[in-house]
Design a protein around this ligand. Structure first.
Ligand SMILES: [Zn+2]
Length: 66
């Protein structure tokens, strides 16, 4: 996945990334829109719906077509 695609996937999951794409398995600083807090998330975990916001404890799930 390219940087812009990765960024878009994060945005669809409600995360506004703040840094350059570090790679799928690295933690990435992002603003979690529902709680307006910055945390670190791994893209792979976001795509697999296993990521959780440590601030509001909401599960991070990518938008998927049903
Ligand atoms: Zn949150």
């Amino acid at each position: 996945m390219s940087g812009p695609e990765a960024k878009e996937s994060m945005e669809e999951a409600g995360l506004i990334t703040l840094d350059k794409y570090p790679g799928p398995a690295a933690s990435w600083s992002a603003l979690h829109l529902p709680c307006d807090a910055v945390s670190r998330f791994r893209l792979t975990a976001v795509l697999q719906s296993t990521a959780r916001c440590p601030v509001c404890d909401e599960q991070i799930t990518p938008k998927v077509a049903e």
